[in-house]
Design a protein around this ligand. Structure first.
Ligand code: COA
Length: 146
């Protein structure tokens, strides 16, 4: 069974290694540690038994939340892990009083955009040349929670 819980400092090696292997513009270990220790943030990890499969980093400052990072290990993809992480984000964000969740995604990231579309995110804007390594536009997406 796959479970989703809060991540803590013991999960840092998994988060850092996965982040570095999945993203071309990966957050540093320090940035991830800072996120884990910050107020108004959510850090979630999905596990099957003791094996970590994926993580999600977000902030919730009602009435809005923002999703910063979601990643699932390549071998565990298309098993619903990304959707489980997002469902837990929505549940906790609603509990904390958020009414909507924003995110930015690379225009070319079709798998992530398919995932976000499947859980109700809608595209509301475009940020030109928002990303580096490589340079790319960001699509801005939002999902209402209420
Ligand atoms: C995007 C990502 C998190 C999806 O995780 P996942 O666990 O594979 O997603 P799920 O299994 O929960 O997929 C849920 C739905 O999203 C859509 N989806 C996910 N991956 C897809 C893909 N490669 N192609 C098409 N649709 C996809 C499908 O609708 C899927 O439902 P289905 O499997 O019943 O068809 C994963 O591909 C990943 O880690 N990518 C690299 C990191 C990244 O790009 N993160 C997002 C930017 S911050």
């Amino acid at each position: 069974m796959i479970s989703v819980t809060s991540a803590d400092e013991r999960d840092l090696p998994f988060l850092y290694i996965t982040e570095a292997s999945v993203f071309s513009d990966a957050w540093s270990e320090g940035a991830i540690r800072g996120h884990l220790l910050s107020e108004h943030t959510l850090s979630l990890i999905a596990r099957e038994g003791d094996t970590p499969l994926g993580y999600l980093l977000a902030s919730v400052l009602p009435p809005e939340g923002e999703l910063y990072r979601i990643a699932v290990c390549p071998a565990a993809r298309r098993r619903g892990v990304g959707r489980l992480l997002l469902d837990e984000l929505f549940r906790l964000a609603i509990e904390r009083g958020a009414e909507k969740i924003y995110l930015e995604v690379r225009e070319s990231n079709l798998s992530a955009r398919a995932l976000y579309g499947s859980v109700g995110f809608e595209t509301v804007g475009l940020r030109k040349n928002y990303y580096r390594r490589p340079d790319e536009n960001a699509a801005v997406l939002v999902k209402g929670l209420v």
